[in-house]
Design a protein around this ligand. Structure first.
Ligand SMILES: CC(C)(COP(=O)(O)OP(=O)(O)OC[C@H]1O[C@@H](n2cnc3c(N)ncnc32)[C@H](O)[C@@H]1OP(=O)(O)O)[C@@H](O)C(=O)NCCC(=O)NCCS
Length: 157
């Protein structure tokens, strides 16, 4: 993890293509969506922000992983916002704490931008990963997917 940096995609727009490709393959391709849809969505992360924002983990110019902060990841729960989503680490870089670091940085980004609570959607096999990182179960929705949440740390007086 030592030589891995985590940057805002606005500062490293050269990684936009890799982010679109990996997020498309992992979460969108099997649902029949074209890569061009993701390419367009990823471009939105280059706008003024803070939402949406994509973070990239990289070792110099080598892409290692990504996570996004988006307004909504679950159409049936518009009252919940913002969300951490689209977490991906390259297969050869896994189990070194990079996924955990990306989730942590995404939550910090949300809290720094002023939101007091953040949400994420997890499959059953990933729940314990997030719970170990301090996220709490909020509710189970369709297909066994769970909404987890995390609150901003209390401010020191
Ligand atoms: C989920 C994902 C992002 C995790 O990335 P990662 O970099 O491997 O994450 P971490 O290294 O922080 O943690 C992964 C596991 O490695 C363990 N680990 C972390 N550092 C370790 C180390 N130095 N040695 C051994 N194990 C370690 C963690 O405890 C964790 O264990 P768990 O799977 O039992 O919870 C990655 O597997 C991925 O991209 N998967 C495909 C996409 C996906 O499923 N995204 C999440 C959608 S909810």
């Amino acid at each position: 993890m030592s030589s891995i940096a985590i940057s805002d995609l606005r500062d490293r727009p050269d990684f936009a293509k890799a982010v679109a490709d990996r997020v498309w393959r992992a979460f969108w391709k099997d649902k029949g969506h074209p890569l061009s849809l993701l390419t367009g969505l990823v471009q939105e992360n280059l706008g003024p922000g803070p939402i949406p924002t994509a973070l990239v983990a990289h070792e110099g110019d080598r892409f290692v992983g990504t996570v996004s902060i988006i307004a909504s990841d679950e159409d049936t729960r518009p009252q919940y916002t913002p969300w951490v989503a689209a977490l991906w680490v390259e297969p050869e870089d896994r189990r070194r704490g990079i996924g955990a670091a990306l989730v942590e940085r995404a939550a910090e980004f949300v809290f720094r931008s002023g939101a007091g609570r953040v949400y994420l959607l997890s499959g059953p096999h990933r729940r314990s990963f997030y719970e170990r990182l301090g996220w709490s179960m909020l509710e189970v929705i369709d297909d066994g997917m769970s909404i987890l949440t995390r609150d901003a740390p209390a401010r020191q007086a």
